[in-house]
Design a protein around this ligand. Structure first.
Ligand SMILES: Cc1ncc(COP(=O)(O)O)c(C=O)c1O
Length: 471
């Protein structure tokens, strides 16, 4: 981003200078950052709003990074966290030590997860939950004597995190660049289940058959005795809020069961109410995965935490009497007491305030308004998503669905127009994604719809003026 909102006030300027010198930002371009630097110095948060050093207020429709589920700046959370720090600041959960927050949270997660999932390993976030799942899968398959079962199948454009193995399992082209290596020998990617990008004219039912057959054929091609697991986000997040054709998860899950392949549902985004349920796998998609990874909404972004949850069946194998093998996986901060207290408080707030009801009301309202009112706008190819997990895909040609060249940076152009108008939406290539807090009101949903509409129209005018689009 070249133009910036950073104030000329000395403190903002100083912060910007320190940052430029010393802070390597995620997903930034170090060369242009040297000249452009920071765009925003954020200073405050409250509910669904962020404020910058200029005093500008933004409605954060991104929800931080799909994570600020209960909203920002809650005193009650601050008190719970502070009390835990005074009571028991840190303890390891290695080997045979436990404490109230970790034990209670594990039991609570087992209660709200699908009924076959009753075991939890705590991690530091989503990527480490995926890493831990990968290692549990090896442990499980080796424990069963199935040492050949090491291959993983996942989907193009999926995002599973940023550790080496999570990034390798993920299928985003933008992560698999020549500038980084990733593991390819045992990781295979099948199609992203995005019906909008299916051959034009193909029915959704035929597309679904194609996707399910593709998975089964890939398992047969590699060999059923060699495929360990299939990784899938119930609704793809960073890949563009891709809601698969109806029946996709149930049918791919059945294919996995048929071939003794573990189903890993990556619910780092979709859990904790984002689409109106604790977890989407069973409640929305009617299947019981073997492993669920989660993070983000588990603490609503107040404190880092992730969890890798797995089935009774897996536990039976790894804990078989006389087995004597060690689950040699653990983080210093696995089950950190302060993180676990934040998660328990977060769950308590979601339950007490009946936030799923709000997601079902306001989320459905937002989804409907966006899906009905944006289709005729210039630039908009498709609006997709469920409730408070939404995405707008921009195209250069609505009939052919042709994309803009990457250099146009269409998602960034729209989001820049939106932030000028006090709204944060996240640009990812040719997309804008949104995942606002679950406390969003109808009035705030109206603001998102109306501001985004104005921003899209302004971007269109700008593209005409700049000659990127012909009149
Ligand atoms: C589906 C999914 N899995 C895993 C991750 C990685 O989580 P984290 O950034 O907490 O490591 C993300 C992050 O966006 C995600 O969306």
């Amino acid at each position: 981003m070249s133009s910036n909102n950073v104030s000329n006030s000395s403190s903002a300027k100083e912060l910007w200078a320190m940052d430029k010198e010393h802070h390597l930002h995620s997903y930034t371009f170090p060369d242009s950052f040297n000249t452009d630097g920071c765009n925003y110095v954020l200073t405050k948060s409250d509910g669904v709003y962020l404020e910058d050093s200029e005093g500008n207020r933004y409605l954060d429709a991104v929800g931080g990074m799909w994570c600020t589920n209960i909203g920002l700046g809650r005193k009650e959370m601050a008190t719970a966290v502070a009390e835990q720090i005074e009571k028991l600041t840190y303890a390891t959960s290695f080997i045979d030590i436990t404490y109230e927050p970790a034990a209670k949270l594990a039991a609570k997660l087992a209660e709200i997860a699908p009924s076959n999932i009753n075991h939890v390993f705590f991690t530091t976030g989503g990527s480490t939950a995926i890493d831990a799942a990968y290692r549990l899968i090896q442990f499980y398959q080796n424990s069963r004597g199935k040492r050949e079962k090491k291959h993983i199948i996942s989907r193009q454009e999926s995002y599973h995190g940023t550790t080496y193995i999570a990034m390798s399992i993920g299928g985003k082209k933008s992560d698999h660049t020549p500038d980084f290596d990733h593991k390819t020998d045992t990781i295979h990617h099948i199609s992203c289940p995005n019906y909008y990008r299916a051959p034009i004219g193909m029915s959704e039912a035929d597309y679904l058959d194609f996707l399910v057959d593709e998975l089964e054929n890939k398992i047969l091609e590699i060999g059923g005795d060699k495929v360990a697991a299939f990784f899938a986000e119930p609704i793809m997040g960073a890949g563009g809020v891709v809601v698969p054709p109806e029946g996709y998860h149930r049918r791919t899950w059945e294919v996995c069961k048929k071939h003794d392949v573990l189903y890993v549902a990556d619910e780092v985004v979709t859990a904790f109410g984002r689409v109106g349920h604790w977890f989407a796998s069973e409640d929305l998609f009617g299947m019981q995965p073997d492993i669920i990874t989660t993070a983000k909404g588990i603490t609503s972004g107040y404190i880092p935490l992730g969890a890798m949850m797995y089935s009774d069946e897996i536990h039976k194998v790894i804990s078989e009497e006389g087995h004597g093998r060690c689950f040699a996986v653990g983080y210093t901060y696995s089950g950190h007491p302060v993180s676990c207290v934040a998660a328990l408080k977060n769950i308590e707030i979601i339950e007490r305030e009946k936030l799923f009801d709000n997601v079902n009301d306001v989320g459905t309202y937002l989804e409907q308004r966006m899906k009905t009112e944006f289709v005729d706008l210039p630039l908009v190819g498709e609006v997709r998503g469920v409730k408070l997990m939404m995405c707008v895909e921009f195209v250069a040609n609505k009939d052919t669905r042709e994309l803009f060249a990457d250099e146009v940076g269409i998602g960034g152009l729209v989001s820049k127009q939106a932030s000028k108008r006090g709204l944060f939406v996240r640009p990812i290539g040719h997309l804008n994604v949104m995942s606002p807090s679950l406390i969003l009101t109808r009035e705030q949903a109206d603001t998102i719809v109306e501001t985004l509409r104005d921003s899209i129209e302004a971007t269109y005018e700008q593209l005409l003026q700049d000659g990127v689009l012909a009149n």
